[in-house]
Design a binder for this molecule. Structure first.
Ligand SMILES: [Zn+2]
Length: 315
């Protein structure tokens, strides 16, 4: 009964997927201020690599990259007002990412057509990223979720069916979207080894970056962090691969790196990804992987009415 209700809602929500990407981040990019040019930050590049030992061994298939992507931990503890921890200067504070560091985050998958290709590109660069999965897709392709976890990437969530503005839904429907988003990825990892299950982080990104005070409080209570981004590439607009790369490099320079948001459902993004990574590395940026702070997953699972740990609890 419960499942059939879920699928009914999901089918209705799928109609929203077609236009879901268009307005992602557009409004926020224009709000950003001008920052120092990249050249002035070159001295910070070395200091920006948190684990010097990891950088000592180069990636076999990318001499510009380390074999192991350094990690940067993000707390999911709410602020003093009870609102979720929030990261990404398009809307929020920057978080612990230093100048000239870039954390690659990829939204809207796992995409049946492009996800494997994206994983292979990342492997070529020995680069661990963070994916914000749509629960419906994760539930449809649990093999892709497991592959992502097995290759060591961080998995965050991005709602159940990606309605582009949760604020237009009732509170009950918003809660359903967020909850099933986590459920979809957690369910996909149910049979995976424990260390791979742990790749599901207490991280959420609002579709279209459209947050609300109510839902930030909802997430805060459940020890879930909300991720915006520090820069993007306007790749949701359907621009060419060359233009995606140009904008990524330009906007990355303007924000001195940070959390970048890309979309794996766009062919031009996938076509540009390899070159974008190489070009950032060539310019002295260092990729890092966002991971939850120690104990953050357990804290989220122990929260009242939790968003993590529900699949196991139902057994
Ligand atoms: Zn999205």
């Amino acid at each position: 009964m419960r499942l059939s209700v879920l699928f009914g809602v999901a089918v209705a929500g799928l109609a929203g997927l077609g236009y879901a990407y268009r307005s992602d981040v557009s409004g926020f990019l224009s709000q950003r201020g001008v920052n120092l040019p990249v050249a002035e930050m070159s001295g910070a590049a070395a200091a920006a690599t948190p684990k010097a030992s990891a950088a000592a061994v180069p990636c076999r298939t990318d001499p510009l990259a380390p074999a192991v992507t350094p990690t940067v931990t993000f707390s999911s503890e709410p602020d003093t007002s009870g609102k979720a921890a929030r990261y990404g200067t398009l809307q929020y504070p920057r978080g612990p990412i230093l100048p000239m560091q870039i954390a690659l985050t990829i939204d809207d998958g796992p995409d049946a057509t492009y996800h494997k290709r994206v994983l292979d590109i990342l492997d070529k660069h020995c680069l661990k990223a963070a994916f914000f999965f749509v629960g419906w897709y994760a539930n449809a392709r649990p093999d892709l979720v497991r592959d992502t976890a097995a290759r060591g990437h961080t998995i965050g969530t991005h709602s159940w069916t990606h309605p582009n503005n949760l604020r237009r839904l009732s509170a009950e429907a918003q809660i359903h979207q967020i909850g099933q988003g986590f459920w979809g990825s957690e369910k996909a990892l149910e049979s995976a080894p424990a260390d791979q299950q742990a790749r599901l982080a207490p991280f959420f990104r609002f579709p279209g970056l459209n947050d609300s005070p109510t839902m930030l409080a909802y997430l805060g209570k459940r020890r879930i962090a909300a991720f915006s981004s520090d820069f993007g590439a306007d790749d949701w607009m359907g621009i060419s691969a060359a233009e995606v790369e140009r904008r990524a490099l330009k906007q990355g320079a303007s924000s001195r790196g940070g959390v970048v948001i890309l979309h794996e459902t766009r062919v031009h993004t996938v076509e540009a990804l390899d070159s974008i990574i190489t070009e950032f590395e060539r310019r002295g940026y260092r990729f890092v992987q966002i991971v939850p702070a120690p104990g953050a997953r357990d804290a989220a699972a122990a929260a009242p009415d939790p968003l993590i740990g529900r699949v196991r609890a139902k057994r």
